[in-house]
Design a protein around this ligand. Structure first.
Ligand code: GAL
Length: 417
């Protein structure tokens, strides 16, 4: 009882302190949510903060996956003028914390009991040295396929559950005169597809190769097989795939120009924005051969070490708003992701969202939930970038075969550590 009173009193003090200070300060937010679906989700956040008296200064840096945003961030911090809050992924958060650049959200986290409701897999990135440094807004997963329903129906085949069935569907789509795979040839997108191919080689293998960075796994037969399959998939892209933005690839599936896209569930945000309905207009399935396993990434807002109580209070107020269960539902329904808390009901989510929530919980229990290499949750940036180089070179036909690509990957990862 004594504890509860103390907890309640400190929560009250925090709330009063925050609302008074937040009026005085805006939050400047650096992010890369510039596509139609992303901007719609971001609006949910902006409006939620506005309703709490927290003003928003926008710093958008376009570019899926956030590489350009991270370059812009480095320039701001070097100039001694960090933004208040920054959208960030996995190991990047830890790297900034190690540099001593991040602030501290312990007070709001303790008052709201984040330790008990935010999954350990996310806390591993939201905390540094035992202190809360970032507020997770969602969990995305990357091993999804988004299929145009009419195009799938026209093949006369069912949803593919393994690579051979996938190839059969792709061949039928090709015969029907549509581009089987809508792909954007950018390193992070190439790597997103490759994450799924590596996971399809087995969950133990994904862990050995991408989490443990075992040289034998990175350069071995299963990796060679994953590259062989990547090179095969490449033959189903259209000739204009190089450099295409991911949301333009989504649009090709939405308008029936292409059959499917391999992409994280932020793609669903584009389908929803276009008024498309899961099960009717499009189908969401796990990448063939990865059912029961999930590769995830979580967008978090890392709070920089800003000066002044008012700015710090605005950071805490923003973090508190992000972690509210009602906000978690409202935002993630639009974004395509699932909540970053375990206690948010799935009631308002569509069928793909409900499946995403269930898959994540089951994979977490089964030990088949892994951080995405492509999205900075498996290894630090140097290793991630080394994998990007090899994967993109493989997509561009620079290796004689899958085995040569696997050897190059093992060498590149060794050199990056
Ligand atoms: C991911 C990010 C998502 C998504 C995507 C494309 O890295 O986690 O929120 O928007 O990039 O921009």
């Amino acid at each position: 009882m004594k504890m509860m009173t103390k907890g309640f009193a400190s929560a009250m003090a925090l709330t009063i302190g925050l609302s008074a200070a937040a009026k005085a300060e805006d939050v400047e937010v650096l992010h890369w949510w510039t596509s139609g679906g992303e901007a719609a989700a971001l609006n949910v956040l902006k409006e939620d903060l506005a309703s709490k008296g927290i003003g928003w200064v926008d710093m958008p840096v376009a570019g899926g996956g956030g590489e350009a945003a991270m370059t812009a961030l480095r320039a701001r911090v070097t100039a001694g003028d960090p933004p208040t809050a920054v959208q960030m992924l996995g190991f990047d958060i830890q790297d900034w914390a190690a540099e001593g650049a991040l602030g501290n959200l312990d007070e709001v986290a303790a008052a709201e009991g984040w330790d008990n409701v935010i999954p350990g897999a996310l806390q591993r990135f939201s905390k540094y040295d035992g202190h809360w440094i970032a507020a997770p807004v969602n969990v995305h997963s990357t091993n999804w396929v988004w299929i145009n329903k009419a195009a799938l129906d026209a093949t006369g085949l069912g949803e593919p559950t393994n690579f051979d069935e996938l190839v059969a569907v792709l061949d039928k789509m090709k015969e029907a005169g549509i581009t089987p795979i809508a792909h954007g040839g950018q390193p992070w997108q190439d790597a997103t597809v490759f994450d799924a191919l590596v996971l399809a080689e087995g969950t133990d293998f994904y862990k050995s190769a991408f989490i443990d960075l075992d040289p034998a796994a990175l350069g071995g037969e299963k990796m060679a097989d994953a590259f062989t399959k990547l090179i095969k998939l490449r033959s189903y892209f259209d000739p204009n795939f190089s450099g295409r933005d991911w949301n333009l690839a989504s649009a090709m599936v939405i308008n029936g120009e292409a059959g499917m896209q391999f992409m994280g569930d932020w793609a669903k945000g584009e389908f929803l924005k276009a008024g498309k309905v899961p099960g009717t207009d499009f189908v969401c399935i796990r990448f063939p051969g990865t059912q029961g396993a999930v590769t995830f990434n979580s967008d978090q807002f890392a709070m920089f070490n800003v000066q002044g109580d008012a700015k710090k209070a605005a950071q805490a107020a923003m973090a508190s708003a992000i972690e509210s269960p009602t906000f978690q539902s409202a935002f993630n329904v639009v974004k395509g992701s699932v909540p970053a808390r375990t206690d948010v009901p799935d009631t308002d989510f569509d069928d793909c969202g409900k499946k995403g929530i269930k898959d994540l919980a089951e994979a977490n229990t089964a030990g088949t939930l892994f951080g995405s290499m492509a999205h900075g949750h498996a290894a630090p940036a140097a290793v991630k970038n080394a994998t990007y180089d090899v994967i993109t070179a493989a997509v561009n036909g620079e290796y004689a075969d899958g085995a040569a690509a696997a050897k190059a990957l093992a060498d590149a990862v060794a050199a990056a550590q």
